[in-house]
Design a binder for this molecule. Structure first.
Ligand SMILES: *[C@@H]1O[C@H](CO)[C@@H](O)[C@H](O)[C@H]1NC(C)=O
Ligand SMILES: *[C@@H]1O[C@H](CO)[C@@H](O)[C@H](O)[C@H]1NC(C)=O
Ligand SMILES: *[C@@H]1O[C@H](CO)[C@@H](O)[C@H](O)[C@H]1NC(C)=O
Ligand SMILES: *[C@@H]1O[C@H](CO)[C@@H](O)[C@H](O)[C@H]1NC(C)=O
Length: 673
């Protein structure tokens, strides 16, 4: 009997236990709960430099991208194993019976001696009549020139001839048909017996995203051409940058621009490394160089000066990465590195020296007498493990410290887990990995050394299968990582994604933040994630306590920041739900003075999509982008919000002062927090 009563009790208990278990399983399977406590008083300042960008000349990011020059290989100098000839991609209009094209070394420019020679055999007044449209050469630009109706294009070229010249300059469709603009350049024999600069402006009467520039003639004779440029008149601040690409950068409010690489700085071989002196001065005189890591020629129109100008135009600090006598395959011995050290010192003088100094005067001659705000330089890129790194580094370090005591020096050696064996102000941290690993690295700096140099996470991205060509999954993992860095911003002083740009016609590295071709562009989800952090620089990171049953798939941070546009104070709470369940999150905000402050005017911005592998494309550029809305429940000290699976959400709460608001004085409603 006893035993049957006991079994009955067990059965009843089992029944209830199962019910409890079942309901628990159902809850866990469908929705999860979590709490986030934010302490709105106190917190730690985030460095003003926290969020920035890293520009590398990779994927035709600059040449054929950010730099608006339409002509590729304007001096006929291109070289390198991937280049069929040094005039590539220039091509000939006409056949051997009418024109013979070759190069010689007769250019007036000392550092780029190659010029193009056209021997024209046909003549409209002769028995050998030129084909309709004439003969000559054309340049297709970088996979087609984007020519737009009503816009003006400045064409400059250098010409010489043995007789009078009648040259037609035209913008046409990709096959030479469909003229969008043209002008005739008529010069007498005496005009062109020596090299002459020709400067003309074409206005397009139609739009073609895949145009080419043609230089043609119907007159017999020998014509030399060199340094042919076609620039849109409409560039960012008139500084030669492609406007809509810079606007994507400006929207990120970057506080620094690290440039120009990356491996581009190192080169496979030192002879192909980026050397700043070859990239400054008049564009016609720059030799250009073959970037052997990313395997393309650049005319270096986007040179050291232009990078400094770009940073200034974005309101960002320039961070110059220079070669420290080390490439991927060869190295300068420390005992002979001093000329390289001097080159770096000269580069700093160029950026910020007095306009009467040797290199400062060149900057002034280029139109910028005021110094640029160069405060950070990086000694090499990813060279820590190389034999001569420490030796060379110390030579640079002591020379720059001595000449410019205020400049902050960045080492390539990761000091997050062990102290450096050399002095530095900051150290590079680079990470390219899968999504789960990236998400888990949110905590990588939790235990990093606090008393040494500060960390510069100068390159990070999810790569490989998880990334596709820029997936939501990759972006969410990066968002989690960045939240972790924000919470560690006492030690992590700078962060930048890599790479920034890809010209879709030369995807050397995948994925990238901004994808473009001659006329289209879009941000990948990784680009949009960065926008959530653009207010973090100079903000205050608040103490938060996240309590969650959903293991480790949630991460959150909160910042207090002031919007410079409306001068109002906000709290921004960012949460990544990296798991596949909806999470019901209870947010409580403590530390606000309830008598004088309230939260209102609040918005929610969500980045998510139906599938974690969703991407943006030229045809669907806004498939995965942040969606702002008003908060469903009235904002207050306590809020209950739903976080969709695989999502990144930010909540922006306006902090308002109650008393002053009731007084109705608009300008004094700023709370003093
Ligand atoms: C789960 O969340 C959804 C919306 O996010 C809600 O409609 C539903 O009631 C929740 N279910 C449970 C069991 O809490
Ligand atoms: C919030 O932070 C302040 C300042 O650091 C501290 O004095 C206070 O105890 C914190 N409040 C809570 C609830 O942790
Ligand atoms: C545009 O101008 C060219 C001359 O440069 C002319 O041949 C062409 O017909 C014009 N096209 C249109 C659409 O007006
Ligand atoms: C976290 O949540 C659990 C379960 O709801 C609760 O027992 C615990 O007290 C919470 N911890 C904190 C620090 O709020």
């Amino acid at each position: 009997m006893g035993s049957s009563t006991a079994s009955c009790c067990v059965l009843i208990l089992l029944y209830f236990f199962t019910l409890v278990c079942l309901s628990f399983v159902r809850l866990a399977g469908s929705n999860q709960t979590a709490t986030l406590a934010v302490n709105a008083s106190g917190g730690k300042p985030i460095p003003d430099t926290f969020f920035g960008i890293f520009f590398e000349e990779i994927n035709h990011a600059g040449a054929g991208g950010l730099w608006a020059e339409l002509v590729s290989n304007r001096g006929f100098e291109a070289g390198g194993p991937n280049t069929p000839s040094n005039i590539d991609p220039w091509s000939i209009i006409g056949d051997e019976s009418s024109i013979i094209v070759s190069t010689d070394r007769s250019s007036p420019f000392e550092l780029n001696k190659v010029a193009l020679q056209m021997v024209v055999l046909c003549d409209s007044q002769d028995g050998n009549i030129c084909p309709a449209g004439g003969v000559g050469v054309y340049n297709p630009g970088f996979w087609g020139m984007n020519i737009e109706q009503g816009k003006k294009y400045k064409v400059i070229l250098y010409v010489r001839s043995t007789g009078p010249v009648n040259l037609k300059v035209s913008l046409t469709g990709s096959n030479g048909v469909g003229e969008l603009a043209s002008t005739d350049i008529i010069l007498s024999e005496s005009d062109v017996s020596d090299w002459t600069k020709v400067d003309t402006t074409l206005e397009a009467n139609a739009t073609n995203h895949n145009s080419r520039l043609q230089l043609t003639t119907t007159r017999k004779g020998v014509i030399w051409l060199d340094q042919v440029s076609a620039m849109p008149e409409d560039t960012y601040k008139g500084h030669g940058f492609r406007s809509e690409l810079v606007e994507m950068l400006a929207d990120l409010k970057p506080r620094f621009v690290r440039f120009p690489g990356g491996c581009f700085v190192e080169g496979e071989w030192l002879r192909n490394a980026f050397r700043w002196k070859a990239t400054v001065g008049p564009w016609e005189e720059r030799p250009g160089h073959f970037g052997d890591v990313w395997k393309y020629w650049t005319d270096d129109g986007l040179g050291y000066f232009e990078f400094l100008q770009l940073a200034k135009d974005l309101g960002a600090l320039p961070i110059w990465v220079f070669n420290n006598g080390i490439s991927h395959n060869d190295q300068v011995a420390t005992s002979s590195v001093l000329p390289f050290v001097q080159e770096a010192l000269d580069g700093i003088e160029f950026a910020r020296g007095d306009p009467t100094s040797k290199w400062g005067s060149l900057r002034a001659a280029m139109g910028h007498p005021e110094p640029f705000d160069l405060k950070y330089v990086a000694i090499g890129n990813e060279d820590c493990g190389k034999r001569n790194y420490r030796g060379n580094y110390l030579k640079y370090y002591s020379a720059i410290r001595h000449a410019y005591p205020d400049i902050q020096l960045i080492s390539n050696c990761d000091a997050s887990s062990r102290p450096l064996d050399h002095p530095a102000h900051m150290y590079d941290y680079h990470v390219y990995t899968n999504a789960n690993d990236m998400f888990s690295r949110a905590h990588i700096f939790d235990h990093a050394l606090r008393n040494g140099p500060k960390a510069f996470v100068s390159e990070y991205a999810v790569t490989g299968r998880d990334a596709g060509k820029g997936s939501l999954l990759a972006a969410l993992a990066e968002a989690g990582f960045l939240i972790g860095l924000e919470m560690n911003s006492d030690i992590v002083h700078m962060i930048s994604y890599a790479p920034l740009f890809v010209n879709a016609n030369d995807r050397r590295w995948n994925p990238d933040a901004i994808v473009f071709n001659s006329y289209q562009l879009y941000g990948t989800p990784s680009y949009w994630v960065q926008q959530f952090f653009r207010e973090s620089s100079g903000a205050t990171v608040l103490d938060t306590t996240l309590n969650t049953t959903s293991s480790s798939s949630l991460i959150a941070s909160a910042i207090a920041w002031q919007n410079s546009a409306d001068e109002k104070n906000y709290i921004r709470i960012k949460v990544v739900n990296f798991g596949s369940d909806t999470v019901s999150l209870q947010i409580s905000i403590d530390g606000l003075d309830p008598k004088s402050l309230q939260l209102s005017g609040s918005t929610k911005t969500v980045l998510t999509s139906a599938n974690v592998m969703d991407e943006n494309t030229f045809s669907q550029p806004k498939k995965v982008v942040p969606t702002p809305s008003r908060l469903e429940s009235a904002a207050g000290q306590d809020m209950n919000v739903q976080l969709p699976p695989h999502s990144f959400t930010s909540f922006d709460l306006l902090k308002e002062s109650i008393n002053l608001k009731m007084a109705g004085t608009d300008s004094s409603t700023r709370s003093s927090i």
